[in-house]
Design a protein around this ligand. Structure first.
Ligand code: ZN
Length: 384
């Protein structure tokens, strides 16, 4: 039956601005086709949605397409962490119109330049030929606990203080100087997880675990198109699984966390020590591309150690797929091989077989695209 609730549910499904058929909307919302048709008719009369020319569907009659009447403006998505900042202008349907990354920080405070972030923002807006006033929403991705709240941040975000990004300046203050739109915060791995599940390697999956590796070992869990954040907003932080009783003290407050030894940055350190020269993630991706046996073997080893712990997660969560950070290029494939081997060794055979291990498809843009996915899944975009 057509109700305000069914109309709201349909508006949420159409929030990314893309056109969909009645069948697609019914499938995604779980509403009956007749309810979808009745709701769309009411929404069309109110000017909220519009009908597009039909497109052929299989052997059946061509189906009309429906979209939001005026798709909301693009989003600014900004991903900041100790390693640097990436800013993108992203359409609600996930298309990245422009993106720029700040030079990586040097690892000490002198390398952090707060002033570069406003510059980056201005340049990305110019690249996309879009004014700050056209931006509908800003999404900020950061490490640590998810700072997400359905209500936009109205002032400085206390959540961010501990990370001292941008010379201790709060991103919301810098963004407020330039944008008038609502600002939301989310964990960076969560954003990448949503991006890959909505528009990348996990399209169509109902339950997927995304593992971010480029700057540590983190994860995001997407179930039925939405993030599972947990009570402390830290669900899926596999980097903080306990590994060593007398290990290093971690910034999370615990000791001997898994990521200190099992992470991509730790592998870069190991390779540098073994070869007597510096290794960047680009070096490792290139070596993997050339199939250099020592590097490929070390990637398998990282994947196997990771997979040993992921096997436990597979038993708890039974996901359809584990999606590995696509930002590592060819290195991701070597890690995936190791993860698969470990799942076969340590997870129950039926579960290991049913959980696919694949590399992300969105590369370094996964979190930017995920900003648009967050806007849709949490209904953050204003209805027209
Ligand atoms: Zn920790």
């Amino acid at each position: 039956m057509e109700t305000a609730g069914s109309r709201s549910r349909i508006r949420q499904e159409l929030a990314d601005g893309r056109p969909y058929t009645v069948g697609e909307i019914a499938g995604a919302t779980g509403l009956a086709r007749s309810t979808v048709v009745q709701s769309l008719t009411v929404l069309e009369a109110g000017g909220t949605v519009r009908r597009h020319p039909p497109r052929p569907v299989g052997r059946g009659r061509p189906a009309h397409l429906w979209s939001i009447a005026d798709a909301p403006g693009p989003l600014i998505v900004l991903v900041a962490a100790a390693h640097g900042t990436t800013v993108g202008v992203v359409r609600p349907d996930g298309k990245v119109l422009a993106a720029r990354a700040a030079p990586a920080f040097d690892g000490d405070d002198t390398g952090r330049r707060a002033s570069s972030v406003p510059e980056l923002l201005d340049r990305v807006l110019a690249d996309a030929a879009i004014g700050a006033g056209d931006i509908a929403l800003a999404v900020v991705g950061l490490p640590g606990a998810s700072g997400f709240s359905p209500r936009a941040a109205s002032g400085p975000s206390t959540h961010l203080n501990q990370f001292r990004v941008w010379d201790g300046a709060d991103p919301s203050v810098i963004l407020r100087d330039r944008l008038t739109c609502p600002i939301h915060y989310e964990n960076d791995a969560n954003l990448a997880a949503l991006g890959e599940v909505t528009h990348g390697a996990g399209r169509g999956l109902r339950a997927a675990l995304y593992v971010s590796l480029a700057h540590g070992t983190g994860a995001g869990l997407v179930i039925d198109g939405r993030l599972h954040r947990g009570r402390s907003s830290l669900a899926g932080e596999i980097g903080h699984l306990h590994a060593e009783d007398d290990g290093r003290l971690c910034h999370c407050g615990a000791r001997g966390c898994f990521w200190h030894r099992t992470s991509f940055p730790a592998l870069l350190d190991d390779l540098a020590r073994a070869h007597g020269r510096r290794f960047t993630s680009r070096d490792v991706a290139d070596a993997a591309e050339r199939d250099e046996s020592d590097v490929v073997r070390s990637l398998h080893g990282l994947g196997y150690a990771l997979g040993r712990r992921l096997a436990d997660a597979v038993v708890f969560l039974d996901p359809e797929a584990i999606i590995l950070d696509g930002g590592l290029g060819a290195a991701s494939k070597g890690i995936a091989t190791g993860v698969k081997q470990a799942l076969q060794r340590y997870a129950p055979p039926l579960m290991a077989r049913s959980c696919d291990v694949r590399s992300g498809l969105l590369g370094r843009h996964a979190a930017l695209v995920g900003g648009a996915s967050l806007a849709r899944s949490e209904q953050l975009l204003p209805a027209p």
